[in-house]
Design a protein around this ligand. Structure first.
Ligand code: DC
Length: 209
């Protein structure tokens, strides 16, 4: 069983995907982390993330140790990831890894949950279940702000909101594999639902299938 979860930044899809995978005993792949690793490789090398040649090489020979780097979750890495993710060559370099993971999940488990932007539309168009998780930009920025403050960082809501909107704009309007719900995806708006309610709803749908 393959479960595809897509949606914009900070909509809660990662939390939902992890919980679902745990509940079902499935493997979980955060595909955004792969794009983040490519973006981080550029930042660490002091190269502009918009540099095509660098991103092409970094995605062709991905340094998996970057997936463990503390900077992977930084806001700047997310922005860099969004830039490299607009490059078709980067997307095609990362495609096989994602498809292999979905069809042969590690540990011989019976299924995989993948989250990202194009899982239901491009990576796994035949997924058994597709969820599209969204929330308003303001709500997502509010969550990001709270997350950063809980880590003891100083967070600027307006700056985070601007970043969320800029990232949506890039992710939704790129030519290659733009962020959009698959036609057969179930939409879950988390603006007013808490994560438990979203999780219960998703589990109920999985059990139905
Ligand atoms: O989900 P995230 O914030 O970790 O993703 C970082 C960036 O990677 C996001 O802005 C767009 C890109 N991405 C993508 O284009 N396709 C995916 N399947 C996952 C992420």
């Amino acid at each position: 069983m393959i479960i595809a979860i897509d949606g914009p930044a900070a909509a809660g899809k990662g939390t939902l995907a992890k919980r679902l995978a745990k509940e079902l005993g499935y493997a979980y792949l955060d595909t955004g982390a792969l794009y983040r690793a490519v973006g981080l490789a550029a930042l660490k090398a002091g190269v502009d993330p918009k540099d095509n040649a660098f991103a092409e090489a970094a995605s062709a020979d991905l340094d998996l140790s970057l997936l463990e780097a503390p900077e992977l979750r930084h806001e700047a890495t997310g922005t860099a990831a969004s830039h490299v993710a607009a490059m078709p060559v980067v997307r095609s370099n990362l495609l096989n890894f994602q498809r292999n993971y979905a069809s042969n999940p590690p540990g011989g488990v019976e299924g995989a949950v993948l989250d990202g932007r194009d899982i239901g539309t491009v990576v796994c168009p035949d997924a058994d279940l597709k969820l599209f998780v969204t929330a308003s930009a303001e709500e997502r920025a509010r969550r990001r702000t709270a997350e950063q403050e809980s880590r003891g960082e100083v967070a600027d809501f307006e700056a985070i909101l601007a970043d969320v909107k800029a990232r949506d704009e890039r992710d939704m309007n790129r030519a290659e594999a733009p962020l959009k719900p698959a036609e057969d995806a179930l939409l879950l708006d988390t603006t007013l639902l808490d994560i438990d309610a979203v999780f219960q709803r998703a589990v109920a749908v999985v059990r139905e299938r």
